[in-house]
Write a protein that binds this ligand. Sequence first.
Ligand SMILES: NC(=O)c1ccc[n+]([C@@H]2O[C@H](COP(=O)([O-])OP(=O)(O)OC[C@H]3O[C@@H](n4cnc5c(N)ncnc54)[C@H](OP(=O)(O)O)[C@@H]3O)[C@@H](O)[C@H]2O)c1
Length: 230
Amino acid sequence: MDSKKLLILGANSDMAKAIANEFKAEGFELMLAVREPKNESELAFDAVDFASHEAFVKNMKVIPDVVVTAFGVLIEGDESFNSPQESLQSTLVNYSGVVSILGRLSKAMAERGSGTIIGISSVAGERGRGSNYVYGSAKAGVTAYLDGLRNYLADKGVHVMTVKPGYVDTKMKAHKPTPKLITVSPEQVAKAIFRGYKSQKNTIYVLWMWRWIMLIIRNIPEFIFKKMSL
Ligand SMILES: NC(=O)c1ccc[n+]([C@@H]2O[C@H](COP(=O)([O-])OP(=O)(O)OC[C@H]3O[C@@H](n4cnc5c(N)ncnc54)[C@H](OP(=O)(O)O)[C@@H]3O)[C@@H](O)[C@H]2O)c1
């Protein structure tokens, strides 16, 4: 029997590399999509080159069984405030890029009648915070998009899983140390994603604690929240 195919979009991300290793060890064949392919086996993919997305999917030799969106850029609150243009650009990567490429892939998978889409969103999308309000707003959009897409595809044989990793020790977070207790490695994320994929979870938090942390954060009254500079 042919091995299952996993497409990772943004395959140079630290999380993506760990996900690739995890799925490969489980027998998957990898299709790695990056901005600048280094060899013929890698696919060229730029999340903001929207005009190329239709052809990207049409030119695939085979529609993958599983797709993971792992690309993204972090933009902090001060950067967003000081550079509206950079803010806009980040939303094109983090939100519009996801909608554009998954729009094409989900259609192809639904036409085939099978597949799993795994979207990496973030707990940052659960409540707008000053420290990353533009990034968080894009991830809120991604979470709602993935939830809605899961609902839309429910009777078409395609499953959608939303991943909220919490803090992960990757180059995206290298500039700002995060509390050790609630920070995981890319390998932990990869294992949680594989487990979630196998049991067809709808949404996963990598550490159980994040579910509770975000429940508390979502319920802090706004008049207190404003003073917390989170
Ligand atoms: N790290 C965390 O704490 C954390 C927490 C929650 C969610 N996330 C999310 O998890 C995902 C992976 O994050 P990470 O921490 O592994 O990030 P990372 O190591 O910083 O990698 C980000 C990747 O995004 C790619 N990328 C950026 N712009 C792109 C574009 N226009 N088109 C295609 N690819 C593009 C980069 O490609 P190049 O290699 O070409 O630059 C890079 O490989 C992201 O969606 C991120 O928002 C991260």
